[in-house]
Design a protein around this ligand. Structure first.
Ligand code: PEP
Ligand code: MG
Length: 877
């Protein structure tokens, strides 16, 4: 038998999401559960991959198989494709493995042409419905398949409404719809030079092709990069028998969640519109009714829907997001999936499901996206400022949090202003998937149209970005870049504030304050902590950051970048003195001035961290970073340092390097100037001794980390300076104290010779920022300029400085782990590059057998959860 690329819904099941996509697998599962699902078939994700392999062609045998299944579908439906007497109409929808809301394209009412529409009108005795369906089809097909902008069709509709003097689409009658079809087709022919395709089979094949193609559209590519979805997965295509929500007043369509996706409240939540088709609800063109109101409109249908929703939630043991249509009083389920939700809702639902006995604590740990926790950790309005602020309008509280920024009116402007360092609120009539990048950089999103299930609401919630949607009171002038609300005119660049938890809009800047975590968070994170084996440390250079991280659950400091302490006004002078010193004595004298500051900093860190491990990394950057560049600063600083301007300029010139990141930095500084390592060791050890004296219970074990090592002897050279200094201080103090000396592994040579290096190093910390930079051979500071071309060309799918390159850099890490442990079985291994706070990289670290990850304070909770999920996944594998 030849390879199978197409499955009837009745041939699949819920576990086949890799092959059938999420939507296809769930349609199959609902079919198996005997739910009212309009039947159809799924063209697999493998057919999509094949389409790309074959140079963007649907292979003839796959086309034949699709037509064969169309035949089977006709039998099931008892209707025929293209048969005016008894027509089968279908929807064609994308459905990837991971849900990508609004990212890809949908076509409804496919199968209509001039004869079929007449048949449909006769059959239903409803010409308005038939022609409304037809004009929608032409519109969607032209947009999705032929790439004719939807807005041009909307313009035609607006012109027709204006000519007739009506406001709503529903006020247009059958003749108007007929006329609209004619105008749409004229427009199509004018743009495309050919007639609108009339053969339903050709329409179908074109539509399938368009869905495959949409997997590669720019907005899908951006969404995938934001959500770690591999390009190689491909999308499935679902071809499903149409049912109609637009046949009249006993028909309708809606979207509902089994629990509230914003708060997690355990109550059916959603919206519906009578006499409408699917797109109308999500597009937010008409304002829908709440699902509760369906009880009054159609009590039996409501009951049946509520029961079905409950069954689905119990079956999937998770909150469901469902689409349904009512056709002439009969309910149909079009889709179900695990619903997107806010972080607060995700936590509440996970905890509630445990309390309801539906899932285990470990399952609950898998239910919250680590990155989502971000939104719990984000700002709220400052309470007194909020009281004083005046509400100028109110929309829907679509995605919680508080945002304050300057208004921009396009996604492009949002990106531009953000790049200039401005905080922006993106205000739009409504958002569309093209706006995704602008939405991603905005502090908040404000829309005029759209309900709680509109694009803006769903996407913002997923991003954890504050969003107020559907504020119909706004008089929006997008093109002229201003809007009017509550008697105010808000222009581009004006400050506004929006509250995604209440829907309030303020025509002024309202300051925000840090988030406070409460409620279920502690309980939930305790489950995560119980599941994980990786420890979570933080990268912190100040007592304030360290304290914040401890509050978030950090178990130690994995990286204290000591140079950050040198930039404060009272220290920079001493370090500059050191740099311009011409003799060892002069250098030592300058370093002696730095010592008390550095020691004080470390004491404060130890006070905060108590006896949690604190890894102190020695001076790393090239020295020129501490010297001025501007002419006027040079003169001033030369004065301060008591040297001539010429002398200072000479020093600056002598420090010039063509490639400073690969120059005189890291341990190379200590090799040239051992007295720097001596001073830093004195500061670390004295600080530990002092704090231990004050708190004998702490038992501090200092961890000293030498950066940028690539050779064992280099490490030994610096380590000898460290141990000679430390041992003497400890002996002089007459106390017992142990300490560790380790290194960063951030140069490929260190990874490759890790067995040698481990002879000297008691711990390794993978500095994956530099390790990525040096493995790829491109600069961590400049790669942004060209990485976009690499994404476009599908060479890289994500930024290797954000998400660890497991195939290359990861291979070096694994090698170093193995070699390091061969030499020193109890070697402590961690990561302190930016990847230490990235969930997929953390999973890699768990699997590579590291002992800890270290990340910035606000990412500590994310790392705790990601580490727990990695442990649970590995256990199951
Ligand atoms: C690294 O290179 O990964 C690292 C943590 O050090 P830095 O970012 O300070 O170079
Ligand atoms: Mg580094």
């Amino acid at each position: 038998m030849s390879y199978k690329y197409v499955y009837l819904f009745s041939e699949g099941n819920g576990s086949m999401r890799e092959l059938l996509g999420g939507k296809g697998a769930n349609l199959a599962e609902m079919t198996n559960l005997g739910m009212p699902v309009p039947q159809g078939f799924t063209v697999t994700t493998e057919a999509c991959t094949r389409y790309y392999e074959d140079g963007r062609q649907i292979a003839p045998e796959i086309q034949a198989e699709i037509l064969e299944y169309l035949g089977k579908m006709e039998e099931i439906a008892g209707k025929k494709f293209g048969d005016a007497a008894n027509p089968l109409l279908v929807s064609v929808r994308s459905g990837a493995r991971a849900s990508m809301p609004g990212m890809m394209d949908t076509i409804l009412n496919l199968g209509l042409n001039d004869t079929v529409v007449e048949g449909l009108a006769k059959l239903t005795n409803n010409p308005r419905f038939a022609y409304d369906s037809y004009r929608r089809f032409i519109q969607m097909f032209s947009d999705v398949v032929m790439e004719l902008p939807k807005s041009n069709f909307e313009k035609i509709i607006d012109e027709m409404k204006e000519a007739k003097g009506v406001k709503m689409d529903t006020e247009l009658d059958a003749d108007d719809m007929k006329a609209m079809v004619v105008r749409f087709k004229e427009y199509y022919k004018q743009e495309k030079g050919v007639d609108f395709p009339t053969d339903p089979k050709e329409q179908l094949m074109e539509a399938v092709r368009a869905v495959f193609r949409s997997w590669d559209n720019p907005r899908a590519n951006v969404y995938r990069r934001l959500n770690d979805i591999p390009y190689s997965w491909g999308t499935a295509v679902n071809v499903q028998m149409m049912v109609f929500g637009n046949t009249g007043d006993t028909s309708g369509t809606g979207v509902a969640f089994t629990r509230n996706p914003a708060t997690g409240e355990a109550k059916l939540f959603g919206e519906f519109l009578m006499n409408a088709q699917g797109e109308d609800v999500v597009a937010g063109i008409r304002t829908p009714q709440t699902i509760d109101q369906l009880k009054n409109v159609m009590p039996e249908v409501y009951e049946q829907f509520a029961t079905t929703a409950d069954r689905l939630e119990k079956h999937y043991r998770d909150m469901q997001d469902m689409e349904f249509t009512i056709e002439n009083g009969k309910l149909y389920m079009l889709q179900t999936r695990n619903g997107k939700r806010t972080a607060a809702a995700a936590l509440k639902i996970a905890v509630d499901l445990v309390d309801e006995g539906m899932i285990t604590e470990e399952e609950a740990v898998m239910r919250v996206e680590p990155k989502q926790l971000d939104s719990l950790l984000h700002p709220q309005f400052e309470a007194t400022a909020l009281k004083a602020a005046k509400v100028i309008g109110k929309g829907l509280a679509a995605s919680p949090g508080a945002a304050c920024g300057r208004v921009v009116f396009t996604a492009e402007d949002a990106k531009e202003w953000d790049a200039r360092g401005e905080k922006v609120i993106l205000a739009r009539l409504e958002t569309s998937p093209e706006d995704i990048e602008g939405m991603n950089v905005a502090q908040g999103i404000l829309t005029v149209r759209g309900g709680m299930t509109s694009h803006a609401a769903v996407v913002a919630r997923g991003m954890g970005t504050c969003c107020v949607s559907g504020c119909g009171e706004i008089a929006m002038h997008e093109e002229e870049k201003y809007f009017e609300l509550g008697g105010m005119t808000i222009r581009e660049g004006d400050y506004i504030s929006i509250d995604g938890s209440t829907g309030n809009i303020y025509g002024e800047a309202v300051p925000t304050v840090e988030a406070t975590i409460s409620g279920d968070f502690g309980r939930y994170m305790a489950w995560a902590d119980a599941a994980r084996t990786l420890k979570v440390y933080t990268n912190a250079d100040t007592p304030r950051d360290a304290a914040q991280a401890v509050k978030f659950g950090a178990q130690g400091i994995g990286l204290c970048r000591t140079e950050h302490m040198f930039f404060e006004a009272d220290r920079i002078k001493a370090i500059r003195e050191m740099i311009v010193s011409e003799t060892v004595e002069a250098r030592k004298a300058a370093l002696a001035k730095l010592l008390p500051f550095q020691q004080g900093d470390f004491e404060a860190l130890y006070e905060v961290m108590q006896d949690r491990p604190v890894t102190i990394r020695y001076l790393d950057p090239p020295l020129h970073e501490f010297l001025p560049t501007k002419e006027e600063d040079i003169a001033e600083i030369a004065g301060e340092l008591n040297i001539t301007v010429e002398k200072l300029k000479q020093v600056i010139a002598s420090l010039h390097e063509f490639n400073p990141m690969m120059g005189h930095r890291g341990c190379r500084l200590a090799v040239s100037y051992p007295e720097i390592a001596e001073m830093q060791t004195t500061a670390v050890i004295n600080a530990a001794i002092n704090v231990n004296k004050a708190h004998p219970e702490y038992k501090i074990v200092p961890e000293i980390m030498i950066p940028l090592v690539g050779e064992r002897k280099e490490l030994k050279y610096v380590k000898d300076v460290v141990t000679a200094t430390a041992d003497k201080l400890i002996a002089d103090a007459g106390i017992e104290m142990t300490y560790k000396v380790g290194t960063m592994v951030e140069i490929p040579r260190a990874a490759v010779t890790a067995d040698e290096i481990a002879k000297e190093a008691e711990f390794f910390s993978f500095g994956t920022n530099d390790l990525t930079q040096m493995t790829f051979g491109f600069s961590r500071d400049d790669a942004g300029k060209f990485l976009d071309s690499y994404y476009d060309a599908k060479i890289y799918e994500s930024d290797p400085f954000a998400k660890l390159d497991q195939d290359g850099v990861g291979k070096l890490i694994k090698l170093a782990v193995r070699l390091g442990r061969e030499t020193r079985p109890d070697i402590k291994l961690g990561i302190c590059g930016e990847h230490g706070g990235d969930p997929s990289s953390i999973e890699f670290c768990h699997n590579a057998g590291l002992n800890y990850v270290s990340c910035s304070p606000f990412r500590v909770p994310i790392a705790r959860l990601a580490a727990a999920q990695a442990a649970i996944k590995a256990k199951k594998a």
